[in-house]
Design a protein around this ligand. Sequence first.
Ligand code: MGD
Ligand code: MGD
Ligand code: SF4
Ligand code: MO
Length: 742
Amino acid sequence: MSETRKTNCHFCGYLCAFLATVEDGRVTDLAPDPTRYPYDPAILRGCRRWRTNLSFLDDPDRVNHPLHRVGERGSGRWEQVSWDEALDDIATRLEGLVGQYGPQVLASMIGGPHATFWPLHRFMNLLGSPNNMGIGQICWNPRIWMDTLAFGWPIEADISAKTGCVFIWGTNPAQSDNSAFWHALLDISKGPVPLVVVDPRRTQTAAAADLWISPRPGTDGTLALSMVDVIIENDWYDHGFVERWCLGFEGLREHVSAYAPSCAAAVCEVPEERIVEAARLFSRSGPTVLISGRGIDQVGRNVVPTHRAFTILRAITGNVDRTGSCIIGSASDFIPEVDLEMSDRFPSAQRRAQLQRGITPLQSYEGVEGADALTGRFGRHLPKRYLDSAHPDLVLKAMLTGEPYPVRALIVEATNPLLTYADTHRVFEALSSLDVLVVLEYRITPTAMLADYVLPAAGAIERPVFQAHGGVANLGYGGPAAVRPYYERKTDYEILRGLALRMGQGEQWPDETLEDAFDRMLEPVGLTWETFCETGIYAGCESSRKQDQIDPRTGKPVGFATTTGKIELANEYLQTLGGEAYPTPKPLRDDLSPRLVEAARKRGGGRFDLITGARRQPYNASMFLDNPQYRKGYPRAQASMNEATATRLGVVAGDDVVLATNRGEARFEVRIERMHDNLISADYGWWYPERPPGAPDFSGMWESNVNVLTDCSLANGEELIGTWSYNALPCVAWKPTEGEDR
Ligand SMILES: Nc1nc2c(c(=O)[nH]1)N[C@H]1C(S)=C(S)[C@@H](COP(=O)(O)OP(=O)(O)OC[C@H]3O[C@@H](n4cnc5c(=O)[nH]c(N)nc54)[C@H](O)[C@@H]3O)O[C@H]1N2
Ligand SMILES: Nc1nc2c(c(=O)[nH]1)N[C@H]1C(S)=C(S)[C@@H](COP(=O)(O)OP(=O)(O)OC[C@H]3O[C@@H](n4cnc5c(=O)[nH]c(N)nc54)[C@H](O)[C@@H]3O)O[C@H]1N2
Ligand code: SF4
Ligand SMILES: [Mo]
C-alpha cells in the first residue's frame, strides 16, 4: 500500500515543499507540492539537486551506522558499533575530561544554515562550555549586530510594489540563492525600478543590473561613505527623518567630507561619476532596498565600518522601517532560538572561561547582554549563542597549546571545517591533537576522517525541518519527515539528547523527538507541529514606521530600541565598547612576506587581490562533489580572473595556476571571467571524494583547498566582532611548470 506524505527538500536553505510516495516506510517517489510554501515551478525546473534526494536517502555509502575509529587517527578504518556503545563511551570520555579540566575542555563547531543547531547550543550551555565555534563572525553576525545597534533590532528587506530602487551589494543570488528572491530580481531588472549591483565580478546579477559598480574588494565602506557625502552635499537626504530620528548628523557631515568621490574613486577604483550616480539612485528613487552578502561580511577589519556605513545610508535617506525598503522585524511569537538554546542556563561561574572576553568586546557575553538590555526594552531577545560564539583563533590555540586552559574534545555538527574554516593546516593540527573528536555527518568527509566517532545524521525527508532565522524575525517555515530515518540514522536532536541524558541534563530535554520539541515551540501561537505542517509557514504581521507609535504609558512615540531611542549615527553603545564614533574604513590588508612575493615574481607570477568562495552551482561549500553528473561538467576547483590578469600571469583558460599566501598554497584551474583587474576569485570547499580517504591525502583535501590560504588570526581580524577575511586578501599566483608537485 502506498500513501502520499508531505515533506521538504533540505539540499539548500530554501526548503522546497514536496510530496513523497511512501511504501512500507520507504520513499519510492518525490514530486513538488504546489499546496505548500515554498513552491515555485520555475525554481524546481532550474534546480539540479532535488531529484537526488531519493538516491541520497538510500545511499549505502552514506554514514548509516555509528562508526568508531580503529587504528590510528586518520587511518580511515572504522568498526560499526551500536548507538548505546557509542553514546555511552563518548559520555564517559567527556565526563572524564570535564572532571579533570572543567566543562570548557569541550568545544563545538557548526557550519552553514543547513541543520538545526539549537540542540547543540543547549547541550553546551547546560554543560557550561563557552567554546562553541561557528561561522557567525563571517556570515550573518556582522549584519545582525550593526543593524541591531543602529535600529534596535535586525531588519528584513521589503521588496514590494512600493520599492523604488534595489541595491544588491556583495551578494550574488543568481548562484547562491536560486529562489524566489533571484526571480524577483530578474523581474525587477526588466521593469522600471533601477537595480544597482556592487560586485567586483560581473556576475549574472551584475549583468542584470542598470548600474554595475565594480569596486576593489574590501573598499565598500569607503564607497558607501562617499555616497553619504554625495547625498549630504547635494542635499538629497531626508531632512524630516534626520531631524526627527537621527543624532550626530553634523558630525557625520564633517566625517564623510574626507570621502568625497574625488578621493574615494582612487581607493575603490571606481569612476567618480558612478559613485555620484549610485548616491543619486539610493536617495532619489523612493523606498530603496539594500541587500548585502558575503562580499561584505567576510572582509575582516572593514566589516564593521562597512555595515555601519550601510546603516547610515539607510538612516539619512529615511529607508528604515519603511514599506518597500526594509522593515524592523520582531522576535518570533513561537518560542525563539534564545529560549530553545537555553542561554539563560549557562552557569555564570563559567563566564570567565570565555576566551575572547575583553578581546572582542561586542562578540562576547558582555557585548550581547549590553545589546540585549536595549532590545529587551521592546520585549525582544537576541539569539545569544550565535552572537557570543567563540573565536576559532583562540579555541584552536587552546587545543594546540593548552593555553590558557586545555581544550581536548570537540563535537562537530554539520560542518566540514577542514575545508570551510580558515587556515586548514592549523585546523588539521588542532583536530589531530584532540583526545575526543565526534563528528555528526552524512558522509565521511575529510573532517570525519579524523574523528574518533562518526555519528549518522538523519537528513531531509527523514527528519522534520523548521527554519526560523535564529528567531530575529517573526517567521518560520518547514515541514515534516515523510519517513523514519533509514538505517540507524538519528536526527541531530536525538543524538545530542542521547548524550545529554547520559551526562545528567535529562530534566532540560523533556521532548523525546524533534517533532515533540517543535510542538512545544509552536504552542504559544496555538499550533501543533501537525497543524503547522498543513501550510508549512508561520508569518507574523509587520507594520512599518513603528517608531512613531505612541507608547500609552508615556504618551510619546516609542522610537528605536537604542541607548537614546534615536538612530545614533555616532553609535553610543559601540563607543562604550571602544568602537569609533563614526565608521572609518581601514587600509587593505597587505601582509604578504616579501620573500613570497619575490619567489612568485621569479616564477613569472605576481601579487593579486584574492576573494574566495564565490558561490557556484551545483555545489554547496564542500557538498555534492561526489556527484558524478555534476563533476562531469565541472570537474576541478577553479580560479577566475579577467583576460588582462591572465595575460600578465601567462595563463589561458584551462591552465593550472598556483595561489599562495603566507599560510600555504593551493592549485586551481584557470577560468576567464569579466571582473575587476588584478583580482583572482577562487572556489572554496574543494576536495576530491573519488580519491583515497584517510592519511595522508584525505581524498585530495590539500590540493585545491582555498582555506589553506586563509587565516582567522585575531591580529588580522576586526576588533569588535573578530571577523576574519575570506575576501580582500593579498595573494601571489604563478603558472606552475610542468611536473611541479601537486
Ligand atoms: N551554490 C551555493 N549556494 C550557496 C552556498 C554555496 O556554498 N553554494 N552557500 C550558502 C551560504 S553558507 C551563504 S552564506 C550564502 C552566501 O551568499 P552570497 O552572499 O550571495 O555569496 P556569493 O554568491 O559568494 O556572493 C558574494 C559576492 O560578493 C562578491 N565579493 C567578494 N568580495 C567582495 C567585496 O569586497 N566587495 C563586494 N562588493 N563584493 C565582493 C563576490 O564576487 C560574490 O559575487 O550562499 C548560500 N548559498
Ligand atoms: N574560504 C572560504 N571559506 C568559507 C566561506 C567562503 O566564502 N570562503 N564561506 C563560509 C560560510 S558563509 C559558511 S556558512 C561555511 C559553510 O561551511 P560548512 O557548513 O562547513 O560547509 P558544508 O560543506 O556545507 O558542510 C556541511 C557538512 O555538514 C553535513 N551536513 C549537512 N547537513 C547536515 C545536518 O543536518 N546534520 C549533520 N550532522 N550534518 C549535516 C554535510 O554532509 C557537509 O559535510 O563556510 C565558510 N567558509
Ligand atoms: S536544492 Fe534547494 S532549490 Fe532545489 S529543491 Fe532542494 S530546497 Fe529547493
Ligand atoms: Mo554562510
